[in-house]
Write a protein that binds this ligand. Structure first.
Ligand code: B12
Ligand code: SF4
Ligand code: SF4
Length: 400
């Protein structure tokens, strides 16, 4: 019978060095190695927060906390986890000059970062396999709590905003892992807390979603609410501002991120675009275009985002709220888009169009509304009118 692991060609120490070099050569910015022991702190946090309802119905790692915190369930004989961080662009490009309201996209979603991250980790995994070990890549996967393994691997500390921050680099990065049976030398010294007395993220969150240091109430977090199916909670629609996907406020206000951004801008060659190749990133999306595009095209454009049930109506819902928050009420194109949605066959979209009209002070458009006896529409009509948006119209980003 063949042994599970043939005699290793390279020693674990040498292999760790090779893995490190390979990851960096494939575009990772930092690599650490964690033990594959069960992630008991994360398991307790998942279970406690689920019991307290702070997961707001999210599945992801919450669906099966024991599985997502037991690396040996992912790879037989798991002995170590190679964790990689890949940084993403964080300097916001100017809003396009073209007329019309624009929706804001959070930085991690401006372009695909998980593809290149998984490719780099795939190269690491292939090398481990060539050396006779098992190896499996996981990034943003329900099977593993990424930030906890990254913390254990010594990549950074947990900010009060719950994100992992790397010393000198801030939190603008995505994370992924290779769970392996290779007995690689693991990090023994996690990075100590560097938030100190700061609490800018807690105070800067537009919906007070950071309920304790490192603890997010997903039911208030805009990053979850834009992804969650269903009626967007009325209490948080104004706070949504121009966002249509993700939220960066608790990272924007963070001093280590601001220092890292300043250093990056200074290090850039003169004349280089602040956000790299503008053709490749999608920081702003024309809201009228989004509202006027058919489902297939919309999903072809934004399909790599997490859209519940891959149903574009949730993106349209977000766009209607953003229109209500940032559009010019006198723009005839805005008025005709809203009138179209007041006649949409989907009562959920009609209800959000009602909200947008009232928020813009365009109650006159409600004449185009159909199906007022549908419960969702009737409830919207009966709700108190939102605060008029005029005062905040000039601010197109995130209600700031
Ligand atoms: C579910 C999920 C969400 C949910 C819930 C977020 C949350 N905080 O749990 C929602 C949709 C809201 C979300 C939003 C975002 N997410 Co998200 N998300 C995930 C996912 C799929 C699971 C996270 C999870 O299991 N959370 C469970 C809880 C228990 O974990 P935790 O909050 O980290 O809790 C730890 C801390 O509290 C810490 N802790 C314990 N005691 C103490 C005490 C103190 C004082 C402190 C400070 C900490 C601390 O230990 C806990 C356990 O590890 C991961 C991918 C993955 N598979 O892991 C990505 C992930 C965490 N998300 C990521 C990103 C980029 C984001 C956003 C920035 C995206 C955006 N711009 O909109 C926001 C940030 C919101 C925020 N402030 O957290 C990255 C984080 C990268 C990083 N640098 O940290 C991940 C790792 C995806 C990836 N693979 O890159 N996300
Ligand atoms: S992502 Fe936005 S809503 Fe969520 S905790 Fe951070 S600032 Fe608050
Ligand atoms: S804003 Fe301050 S408290 Fe929050 S994560 Fe950044 S350094 Fe820590």
């Amino acid at each position: 019978m063949r042994p599970a692991h043939p005699a290793p060609i390279t020693s674990p120490d040498e292999l760790a060095l090779e893995v490190h070099a390979l990851g960096l050569a494939h575009g990772l910015d930092a690599i650490g190695i964690a033990s594959a022991e069960p992630l008991l702190r994360a398991r307790a946090a998942l279970e406690e927060r689920k019991a307290a309802g702070l997961h707001a119905g999210m599945a992801f790692t919450y669906r099966r906390p024991v599985r997502s915190t037991t690396p040996s369930e992912l790879v037989e004989g798991a002995a170590a986890i190679v964790v990689g961080a890949r940084r993403y662009e964080s300097i916001v490009p100017p809003r396009p000059d073209a007329r019309g309201p624009y929706g804001a996209v959070a930085r991690y979603a401006w372009t695909d970062h998980y593809g290149p991250l998984k490719e780099a980790l795939g190269a690491v995994a292939a090398h481990l396999r060539r050396n006779g070990y098992r190896a499996r890549v996981l990034a943003d996967d329900n099977g593993l709590v990424d930030r906890e393994v990254a913390h254990r691997a010594g990549l950074g500390w947990f900010g009060k905003n719950a994100n992992l921050l790397r010393p000198g680099a801030g939190s603008w990065f995505v994370l992924g892992s290779v769970v392996t049976s290779a007995p690689l030398p693991v990090n023994e010294a996690p990075v100590a807390d560097r938030c100190g007395a700061c609490r800018r993220c807690i105070d800067g969150c537009p919906t007070a979603a950071i309920v304790a240091p490192g603890v997010i109430d997903a039911g208030r977090c805009l990053a979850w609410l834009v992804q969650a199916p269903g009626t967007f909670p009325r209490a948080h629609r104004e706070a949504l501002g121009a966002r249509i996907y993700g939220c960066d406020d608790c990272q924007e206000v963070c001093p280590p991120n601001q220092r890292a951004d300043t250093a990056r801008v200074r290090a850039r060659p003169a004349g280089q675009e602040p956000a790299g190749d503008p053709g490749r990133i999608e920081a702003w999306v024309s809201l009228l275009d989004l509202l006027g595009t058919d489902d297939e095209t919309l999903m072809a454009r934004h399909g790599r985002w997490y859209v519940a049930g891959r149903d574009p109506r949730w993106l349209r819902r977000n766009a209607l709220i953003a229109v209500g928050n940032v559009a010019d009420p006198a723009d005839p194109d805005v008025a005709s888009a809203l009138a179209r949605y007041l006649g949409d066959q989907d009562p959920m979209l009609r209800a959000h169009a009602v909200w947008a009209c009232r928020r813009l002070g365009r109650e006159d458009l409600l004449d185009a509304l159909v199906g007022t006896d549908e419960p969702e529409v009737a409830e919207e009509l009966a709700a108190p009118s939102p605060t008029p948006a005029q005062a905040r119209r000039q601010s197109a980003r995130g209600g700031a």
